[in-house]
Design a protein around this ligand. Structure first.
Ligand code: GLY
Length: 369
């Protein structure tokens, strides 16, 4: 069964199609938005080995010619070097203004290819076919595209909405358990930030979903996409509500910087830890009850995600230094850090009014836990 979530953005509106085995229908679905039967696919070596054959078979069956560029997997690919390589390759494939580029992979490929599509001939259309849980529920939706700089992650980019997103739940079956659970950090974020019923549902169905329950996976990805689509439709370029999607991310960015953006901490793992810390901070500020952070922690523990700072291998800096790294976040304005706090599960809001001492106290206790 195919589910559809619509992202309502005027003349930049598009559909997210979700389904089990959807890759087999990719050719037919993409053909509906193309002017001529030819696409350029950009992917990485891991995804190519597992799924490129299926995608190309589907495109062939729909009479669509395709060529592909296979990039190295990993965060280091979100670089000027690979952006140049991608754009030059797309030009070598004679991709024209009305053609469609396909970003086939996880968050790295989606962000890089989306940015290449944004600048190629001042903007060409692209289709996101996200292959990781994190990309399906977050990075492939909403049009944020970027590469990294030596000054930080995602600092060079553009808002450029895809024309179509195809999320095949079956491909999640080839993810490692660690990568899958890291993506789950972004799923649980949606319940925590704006939908208490979804969080209840995740408490019940989360373990089955992690074990591979296809319907539970489909429902979780669909609800996450619906929430993201609603928020992006209200605030495409993050002037307000879109910042809610950063629940847990201010803590996460400090932890990622402290661990050198390495394998010690995956982004989604940092989001899960960050959500627990954001709820702990909210409780200490008297914004929510003490039961809320306990419930968040219990659920993350039941799922087996990273939860405590002691779950991160190796040494971490002091609470003071971690707080200093939070000040490097790109949401800082006039030196003030934007925090997403919560009045309860599903009731988050943006505030700059969080005393530094409280945050440092939360970090100090988390480091000693
Ligand atoms: N990942 C956060 C956003 O798309 O705004």
């Amino acid at each position: 069964m195919t589910e559809v979530v619509h992202v309502a953005l005027g003349n930049r509106s598009y559909d997210i199609q979700l389904g089990h085995g959807l890759l087999a229908d990719a050719g037919g679905l993409i053909s509906q938005i193309m002017d001529r039967p030819k696409v350029a696919i950009v992917t990485d070596a891991t995804v190519a080995a597992l799924h490129l054959h299926d995608l190309k078979t589907s495109l062939d069956a729909a009479g669509i010619a395709s060529s592909e560029l296979i990039l190295p997997p990993g965060e280091a690919t979100k670089s000027w070097e690979h952006l140049t390589q991608t754009v030059e390759w797309l030009l070598s494939q004679k991709v024209e203004r009305n053609d469609v580029v396909v970003a086939f992979g996880g968050g790295v490929v989606g962000d890089l290819v989306g940015f290449a599509a944004a600048i190629l001939r001042r903007g060409v259309r692209y289709v996101q076919i996200p292959t990781s849980l994190l990309a399906q529920v977050d990075s492939s939706v909403g049009g944020k595209t970027a590469i990294n700089s030596s000054f930080g992650k995602n600092l060079i980019g553009a808002f450029h909405q895809p024309s179509l997103v195809l999320a095949d739940i079956a491909v999640l079956g080839t993810m490692t358990p660690r990568d899958f659970l890291a993506g789950y950090g972004e799923v649980v974020k949606y319940g925590l930030l704006g939908d208490a019923d979804f969080f209840d549902w995740l408490e019940t169905h989360g373990p089955a979903l992690a074990q591979g329950d296809a319907d539970a996976r489909l429902q979780a990805v669909k609800r996450s996409c619906q929430m993201k689509a609603d928020i992006v439709a209200r605030d495409e370029t993050e002037k307000g509500d879109r910042a809610l999607l950063n629940l847990g991310h201010t803590f996460c960015h400090a932890l990622e910087a402290a661990t050198g953006y390495s394998d010690r901490l995956l982004h989604g793992e940092g989001v899960a830890i960050g959500c627990a810390l954001a709820f702990e901070t909210s409780a200490r500020l008297g914004l929510c009850s003490q039961e809320d952070p306990s419930r968040v922690r219990e659920h993350l523990a039941a799922m087996g995600t990273k939860l405590d700072l002691s779950d991160i291998p190796g040494d971490l800096p002091s609470a003071e230094d971690l707080f200093g790294l939070m000040g490097q976040d790109k949401k800082v304005v006039d030196g003030e850090i934007a925090f997403i706090m919560a009045k309860g599960i599903g009731q988050s809001f943006v505030t700059r009014d969080v005393p530094a001492d409280v945050v440092k106290g939360v970090l100090r206790d988390a480091l000693n836990r």
